[in-house]
Design a protein around this ligand. Structure first.
Ligand code: ADE
Length: 418
């Protein structure tokens, strides 16, 4: 078996942590048992570009138990958990190509290693696997029946490929499943972003001015949890409807131009570029902390920060201190990469349980229906979404009401009014 991980001797710790995460992933575990019995993915090569975490490990094991040959690389150079990568290779026989802190060339070399194994299904988080196929690896296209995409950023990229008519195979937008983005993006990003900031800095959030840029599902989660920790939360937005929503949720909403003068901590979660830039760095208070929780490290204009600075140094794990020419200090966390994975462990397993149940069942769906699909971005079928919600509720010991016959009839009738 070929692989490239940091240190295979880390596997023991990785295995224990993978098993720990599994305890919080009952839905995925159930799917694993089904896949095993039915050999659901027999002979499929699945190429995955995902954050190499304990939760991803449980997804990889599920696919393998279903009979698939699984190949995994990282979807971010800083998110790999080296002990997990080692255990997947040593204990589970899965080919992993991922080393935490790998440089750009190694990152793409690892992506290409996954593609060398001729996947029939691709599983992306951010779209790098598909865009590499489109740009340089057309050779693998004939064997591919479809792919899945985990995150908002990737889905946006694929929808624009579809619009330009250049998408080469069908993609299931796992992100858009209700049992994914309502929970993973909101509660997962909410908790893990604060976890990352706290692990990196150990600052007290209570009483701080905490600026959240972007009020999508991820931004909502971060703002909600920061408020829960006692921070004074400010939201910046470009979308008027989201801005009203943030206001009515009780947050202060203002332009970044103004927020940048009063914030102590800034988090970008917009999916867009240069959200924090030169004009904002110039406004910031001495000691401002800046972090990103969006998929790519483009939301903070690090080049501009470099240009404004006379020096920089690492002052703690995951913290770079930039000294500006006017002597003011700005602290950049996790090199501007996803702070929840760069400085913490990503979303907790319980929420990834639903996201990865969607991934596993979407892979099964592609194996059965992929050949009939067009080169478009598809939603996760609603029956899969509902099934995952039901299984998750069951695992939590929660039962819910059913419509009575009379209620069902009422909902399909129009006659009864005032
Ligand atoms: N994205 C965010 N958190 C994650 C996790 N724990 N595992 C995989 N992908 C993630």
């Amino acid at each position: 078996m070929i692989y490239d991980v940091k240190d295979i001797s880390l596997s023991e710790k990785g295995k224990l942590r993978i098993e720990w995460a599994q305890r919080e992933m009952p839905v995925l575990s159930l799917i694993k048992e089904e896949f095993k019995i039915n050999n659901t993915l027999k002979n499929y090569n699945i190429g995955c570009c995902l954050h190499v975490t304990t939760e991803t490990a449980n997804l990889m094991i599920t696919l393998k138990e279903g009979g698939a040959n699984v190949f995994l690389c990282a979807s971010n150079p800083l998110s790999t958990q080296d002990d997990v990568a080692a255990s997947l290779v040593k204990d589970y026989g899965i080919s992993v190509f991922a080393i935490r802190g790998e440089d750009r060339d190694t990152y793409y070399d690892h992506l290409n290693k996954v593609l060398d194994n001729k996947p029939n299904i691709t599983m992306d988080d951010g779209g790098d696997l598909v865009s590499t196929i489109m740009k340089e690896r057309n050779d693998v296209l004939p064997g591919i029946i479809g792919g899945t995409e985990e995150t908002t950023t990737g889905v946006i990229r694929f929808k624009s490929m579809e619009k330009e008519g250049i998408l080469k195979y069908p993609i299931i937008a796992v992100n858009d499943a209700m049992t994914k983005h309502f929970f993973d993006n909101r509660y997962g990003t909410g908790q893990s972003t604060l976890d990352g900031i706290i692990r990196a800095t150990n600052v007290l959030l209570s009483g701080k001015s905490f600026v959240v840029s972007g009020y999508g599902w991820c931004g909502k989660g971060v703002a909600m949890r920061a408020r829960g920790m006692g921070a004074k939360v400010i939201v910046t937005e470009v979308d008027s409807i989201k801005a009203i929503e943030a206001t009515m949720d009780g947050f202060q909403v203002m332009k970044m131009e103004d927020a940048s003068k009063i914030g102590d901590i800034f988090v970008t979660v917009t999916g867009n570029i240069n959200v924090l830039r030169e004009e904002h760095f110039n406004n910031m208070k001495d000691g401002a902390i800046i972090a990103n929780s969006g998929h790519f490290n483009v939301e903070i204009d690090i080049n501009a920060l470099e240009k404004l600075s006379s020096s920089k140094r690492i002052v703690r794990d995951s913290i770079e201190e930039y000294t500006l020419k006017n002597n003011k200090k700005i602290y950049l966390l996790g090199e501007g990469r996803l702070i929840n994975l760069a400085a913490a462990e990503g979303h907790p397993a319980s929420v990834m349980d639903m996201s990865f149940a969607n991934q596993a069942l979407s892979a099964e769906y592609l194996s059965k229906e992929g050949k009939k699909l067009e080169n478009k971005v598809y939603s996760v079928p609603i029956n899969i979404d509902r099934r995952i919600a039901n299984l998750k509720l069951q695992s939590m010991g929660i039962t819910i009401d059913k419509l009575t016959k009379e209620q069902e009839e009422y909902l399909t009738s129009w006659q009864i009014g005032t």
